[in-house]
Design a protein around this ligand. Structure first.
Ligand code: ATP
Length: 282
């Protein structure tokens, strides 16, 4: 039997770092949503007790380092499944981009295995299992607009943003989330106004949402990689209402309501950046 799952990329509408914890992790507050840019995951049940990953990517391993592989292993162990699975990943989300591609794949594997092996568990339980793999997996298990707190494992649902176009531009560098977190100096962070972002979602107020997009990691990444700052400026010069770096970067996105304007900016950005996408918000 074979099951297909979409693994959509996430965008940070806000990202705040509250404090550093005793265990070395940071407490965060992140308002996130998903977009119509996704990896396709195909899961086929195997009689042999093994996890096999197939994907064509220069940047992502197909062994136990792959988060999709880790998700399948964790699922099998937790629910004592003796069968195996062949995971095929059709990768469209840029890697190490701040778009949570690895976590999206892992979450899609968890959702897919639940269907494939007909295991009766709640989404909350799947999200708890996901938290053992990586901090963004619980959000990706729910796969809809939410605020993530704690290390990312506490999820509260929020209304989706007003439907709009999303232009994404990724400079030709990969950014390691870990490296960026190691650079954080708490006293230098510029904190976003998370409550205003949340209120804008409840009010479905697009201009307000655009005005309050904020990411405490933006300056940290931009100080290390000036091309990210330059790309954000380039995007803003196009007259986009809301522009922000997602996650720890380096992807910069812009939100636009009108299709014609979005297409014009998308075409313009392609002259400056190799990887540019134009997608719908979910
Ligand atoms: P985050 O902000 O959660 O770190 P990201 O979008 O910046 O996410 P990813 O694309 O998820 O970064 O990948 C980061 C690292 O995870 C890379 O080193 C990559 O090799 C590894 N990785 C493991 N499994 C996957 C996967 N299925 N897809 C993408 N990357 C994966």
């Amino acid at each position: 039997m074979t099951v297909f799952e979409k693994a959509p990329a996430k965008l940070n509408l806000s990202l705040d770092i509250l404090n550093k914890r005793q265990d070395g992790y940071h407490n965060v507050e992140m308002v996130m949503t998903t977009i119509d840019l996704y990896d396709r995951i195909e899961l086929t049940s195997l009689e042999q007790d093994q996890v096999k990953v197939t994907l064509w990517s220069r940047y992502v391993p197909n062994d136990e380092r792959n988060l999709a592989y880790q998700a399948a292993k964790a699922f099998k162990e937790k629910y004592k499944v003796k069968k195996g699975v062949h995971i095929k990943i059709d990768k469209n989300i840029p890697v190490s981009a701040g778009l949570g591609g690895g976590s999206a794949d892992a979450a899609a594997v968890l959702r897919g295995l639940k269907k494939l092996w007909k295991i009766d568990i709640s989404t909350a339980e799947l999200a708890t299992l996901g938290a053992t793999i990586s901090s963004d997996v619980p959000f990706c298990v729910y796969g809809r607009t939410a605020i993530a707190k704690g290390r990312g494992e506490i999820i509260e649902k929020l209304p989706s943003p007003p439907t709009c176009w999303v232009i994404l531009a990724k400079p030709d560098i990969g950014v390691s989330t870990r490296t960026i977190f190691e650079q954080i100096k708490m006293e230098q962070l510029k904190h976003p106004n998370t409550n205003e972002v949340i209120q804008a979602l409840y009010d479905q107020d697009f201009p307000k949402l655009c005005n309050h997009l904020g990411n405490a990691l933006e300056n940290v990444t931009m100080n290390m990689y000036p091309e990210v700052r330059w790309l954000k400026q380039k995007m803003m010069q196009n007259g986009i209402q809301g522009v922000l770096m997602s996650g720890s970067g380096p992807t910069i996105y812009g939100l636009v309501e009108q299709e014609r304007k979005a297409k014009r900016i998308y075409n313009g950005m392609r002259g400056f950046c190799k990887e540019v996408f134009l997608v719908r918000s979910n």
